[in-house]
Design a binder for this molecule. Structure first.
Ligand code: PLP
Length: 457
């Protein structure tokens, strides 16, 4: 007898879409530690933060008691253009693997930015517009966040200034042109436009830049310009809050068919897609209503959870941003070149860090070549060409499904497929040519950076 078949794609209708974001922190007994002012080491106040960030976003950032935030209608209208995103049953992958496991993935790559980042970009642009600002500044590394923000700003007619890490600016001209198509101005970082950029260029002539440096430039550009604020695409609580739309849709779609997941898997860079995907499930876990295995997947070249330290650290290399208590490799840690640019961050969301420290979720690290093997295996049966970042989750979902094959367990696995990889074909080329390497930092290298963490406690 064939089981009552679940559709290949589970969609919600408009009426079933979430109308409020869910804030996991409200249900956490151990709240994430507050951001600290790097000068005074006291918790950052709303007033201090509002010089850099939009007011409404500062409120969201600091609120760890309100469980639900209504999604403004303007944002819901925008979401309707590309959401709900499909929850796909990976029947073809299951068959290919010969696993009794049931695999689902939530696909966030169905918009021009090609990733989940648009979910928060549109919210941040909305609040900037509502505050009457002229524009926002940001940094981008691989380019997904800059693209998403450009789209969001053009929708609300805001000026968008993107500092793009110089090496990406030169190597990813197509990403740059997508941003310019949406009206953003894109500056290679470090630049001569900011004091911090000039200083870095004087000290390191010919440098191709880094994310930390681009953050410092974007913050300076925002704080020295009337009517501008700085926005960030990951790590912050507000970003996890906006990304909860991923998890809320996933849960609603599963509930519609009475499906209960056993394992939930997501890749982790700064933690925003993972934090969003797991939000309502973690909420049930925190309230003691259900239990799930939750797995964060990170690159072996930048293993914040699995080899980092839970401590206060700077969020940027320039050390201008507040201190956050998180799993970190040290703000001086420069991750080796890795083709999953979106996962090359030394720290991790404070919320996820606390949940991990409390034993409420697991983490594993995976090597670059095995990630691309999984990406290719997935592309060949499921059709979608995945982003290298997303492929970290694919790799572990396949591993778990193969474990089910050994034990005969029919587990239900859900993973987040955060985006598509069309702008990453140089990475795929390296993989196909056998020219891809698996750099793993040594214990000494990691310890040397951890030794340089600021002394706070
Ligand atoms: C940015 C990005 C990530 C990682 O960021 P998180 O904040 O950890 O979610 C993952 N996948 C894609 C496609 C990205 O663009």
């Amino acid at each position: 007898m064939k089981e009552n078949k679940i559709p290949y794609k589970i969609y919600l209708d408009e009426k079933e879409m979430p109308t409020a974001w869910y804030n996991m922190r409200a249900d956490m007994k151990n709240k994430p530690a507050p951001l600290l002012n790097p000068g005074t080491l006291r918790p950052m106040t709303a007033e201090e933060l509002s010089g850099v960030f939009c007011e409404e976003l500062v409120k969201q950032e600091l609120d760890d008691t309100t469980a639900y935030f209504e999604i403004p209608e303007e944002i819901r209208d925008f979401y309707k253009m590309y959401r709900p995103s499909p929850l796909v049953r990976a029947y073809c992958l299951e068959k290919k693997l010969g696993t009794p496991a049931k695999i689902y993935y939530k696909f966030e790559g169905n918009n021009t930015s090609g990733s989940h980042k648009l979910n928060s970009a549109i919210a941040q642009a909305y609040y900037a517009k509502k505050q009457g600002l002229k524009g926002v500044t940001t940094e981008t590394g691989a380019g997904q966040w800059g693209t998403a923000l450009s789209m969001a700003c053009s929708y609300f007619e805001l000026d968008c200034k993107v500092y793009m890490v110089k090496v990406s600016y030169e190597q990813k001209p197509f990403r740059r042109e997508v941003m310019r198509t949406y009206g953003a101005s894109v500056t290679p970082s470090p630049s001569m436009e900011t004091e911090v950029g000039k200083k870095i260029l004087a000290e390191f002539p010919g440098t191709t830049g880094s994310l930390g440096c681009a953050i410092s430039e974007a913050v300076e550009a925002a704080t020295t310009r009337e009517g501008y604020r700085y926005v960030l695409g990951s790590v912050l609580n507000q970003v996890l809050l906006h990304q909860s739309v991923i998890g809320l849709e996933t849960k609603a779609a599963l509930d519609k068919y009475g499906i209960k997941p056993d394992i939930i898997i997501g890749c982790a860079g700064g933690g925003s897609n993972l934090g969003g995907l797991i939000a309502p499930f973690m909420g049930e876990k925190l309230r003691g209503e259900a239990d799930y295995r939750i797995i964060a997947v990170e690159p072996a070249s930048c293993p914040s959870f699995t080899r980092g330290k839970f401590a206060y650290d700077f969020c940027d290399t320039g050390m201008v941003c507040p201190l956050a208590k998180m799993y970190t490799l040290g703000s001086s840690f420069i991750p080796a070149a890795n083709h999953a640019g979106g996962l090359r961050y030394h720290g991790m969301s404070t919320t996820l860090s606390q949940l991990y420290d409390d034993g409420l979720m697991e983490a594993v690290s995976v090597k670059q070549t095995e990630v691309f093997q999984a990406a290719e295996q997935f592309a060949r049966v499921e059709g979608i060409l995945p982003a290298p970042e997303s492929s970290h989750a694919i790799k572990v979902a396949i591993d778990e499904a193969m474990r089910c094959k050994e034990t005969g367990e029919e587990k239900t696995i859900v993973f987040g497929l955060t985006g598509t990889g069309y702008f990453d074909m140089v990475a795929y080329e390296k993989f196909h040519d056998g020219a891809m390497t698996d750099y793993i930092p040594s214990d000494e290298e990691i310890q040397a950076n951890i030794d340089r963490l600021p002394k706070v406690d």
